[in-house]
Design a protein around this ligand. Structure first.
Ligand code: ZN
Ligand code: ZN
Length: 127
């Protein structure tokens, strides 16, 4: 079982498994929402159990997606495309130890200019 939570614990979840490859999104929206870049794993939304969700709020970030965050501590936690049984889960909120590893970088063309990508994962300019 994979578990995770926000910083204060008002949002917590468990799921049987998540994708082991982490996607790093460097687009400007992800950089603003996360504070740096959005590193996420995935699971089917229907497979995730929210063991605590009293802090969970969804922000409609585009016509096609929303982002879940904790309205108490501010942790950036989830990304969900409307109508899809798919949940992007912030890699940083997954409890350790886990089997997560770098998978790929996307929207590299939009990345911030204050850092370098320092791993060997594939870099995709857009998506
Ligand atoms: Zn919280
Ligand atoms: Zn992004």
């Amino acid at each position: 079982m994979v578990t995770g939570q926000c910083e204060c614990g008002a949002v917590a979840f468990e799921v049987a498994q998540v994708r082991s490859e982490v996607t790093f999104c460097h687009c400007s929206q992800c950089r603003r929402m996360s504070g740096h870049l959005w590193a996420s794993t995935h699971a089917a939304f229907s497979a995730v159990t929210f063991t605590r969700d009293d802090g969970l709020t969804w922000f409609k970030s585009s016509e096609w997606a929303e982002r879940g965050f904790c309205n108490i501590c501010g942790s950036s936690l989830f990304y969900r495309e409307t109508g899809k049984d798919d949940l992007g889960i912030a890699a940083g909120c997954v409890n350790t130890p886990n089997r997560l590893m770098p998978g790929k970088h996307i929207f590299v063309a939009d990345k911030g200019d204050y850092y370098q990508i320092a791993d060997d994962a594939p870099q995709i300019q857009k998506n």
